[in-house]
Ligand binder design. Structure first.
Ligand SMILES: Nc1ncnc2c1ncn2[C@@H]1O[C@H](COP(=O)(O)OP(=O)(O)OP(=O)(O)O)[C@@H](O)[C@H]1O
Ligand SMILES: [Mg+2]
Length: 261
């Protein structure tokens, strides 16, 4: 049986009104889908509409035309089945790490003890139990991102949307966090849409990579990552086939002749 489609963008365009010069098209007739449990990355030049896509899928914004479907239903607003994580961790500074992880569960009719237990479980999975009573300012950047991840996963989302969540980390912390995230995601079978500028990250973590053109953003290429070990990006990186895919991605983005940086 074919895996169910978790997310579908059906010819989605987003135009923004601009002062003076009319409408500005950020993305144009974008169409792609993500299967349940699949890990898809989106790469493309700055300003091509990647964050716009995530905002639409998260229900924080509406398409100008076309439809965004989650599990077959049109997105009409934020959903408790969708986890969202950004480059900046957005932890609440006045709450302990445990209370930050509990935050997303507070909207649910759930006894306090159950909420606590659920948060503890997630903290354990993200190896944060010892830091549960600390406040965000008492954590390193990597620990804060791990806490943000625990908070995102505590709601037991069907799908996780990530906008460059690892980009601000030093390269070693980044590798370790990518791996622990990959293990958690694969173990729980969570569908993932990752926005990244890091081509190595895209290849080492995904099942598929979508390449976008410059604005207005369209998908210009799709690369199937036919590599083993999706739960271990560190093991994937040195594989010769991974190197081939990275080179392919580099070419697809025309990095050699781009001038937008
Ligand atoms: N609310 C808005 N009003 C007007 N223009 C917007 C708005 N939001 C985004 N844009 C424009 O739409 C385009 C796409 O923006 P978006 O943030 O999706 O880019 P991006 O691909 O995420 O870029 P980056 O890689 O730099 O994060 C940009 O040119 C941006 O300036
Ligand atoms: Mg962005």
């Amino acid at each position: 049986m074919a895996a169910a489609v978790a997310l579908e963008l059906d010819r989605v365009s987003r135009r923004f009104a601009t002062r003076g010069s009319g409408l500005f098209t950020a993305i144009e007739a974008l169409a792609f889908s993500v299967r349940a449990g699949e890990f898809v990355s989106v790469v493309g030049p700055s300003g091509c509409g990647k964050s716009t896509i995530l905002n639409l899928v998260a229900g924080l914004d509406r398409p100008s035309s076309g439809r965004v479907l989650l599990n077959g239903l049109p997105v009409t607003g934020p959903s408790t089945h969708v986890g969202f994580m950004l480059q900046k961790d957005l932890l609440l500074p006045w709450r302990s790490i445990a209370r930050n992880v509990e935050f997303g569960l507070e909207a649910r009719p759930m006894p306090r003890a159950e909420r606590r237990a659920r948060a503890q479980q997630e903290l354990q999975r993200c190896r944060l139990s010892e830091l549960a009573d600390r406040y965000p300012f008492q954590l390193s950047g990597g620990q804060r991102q791990r806490a943000a991840l625990a908070r995102t996963l505590a709601i037991e989302p069907d799908i996780v949307l990530l906008d460059e969540p690892f980009s601000a980390l030093d390269s070693q912390t980044k590798l370790l966090l990518q791996r622990s995230f990959a293990q958690t995601i694969a173990g729980a079978g969570i569908t993932t849409l990752l926005i990244t500028h890091d081509l190595v990250e895209a290849v080492s973590m995904s099942d598929r990579v979508l390449v976008m053109s410059e604005r207005p953003g369209r998908i210009v290429e799709e690369i199937v990552v036919d590599l083993p070990h999706r739960d271990d990006p560190i093991a994937r990186r040195p594989l010769p086939r991974a190197q081939d895919l990275m080179t392919h991605l580099f070419d697809a983005l025309h990095l050699a002749d781009r001038t937008d940086a």
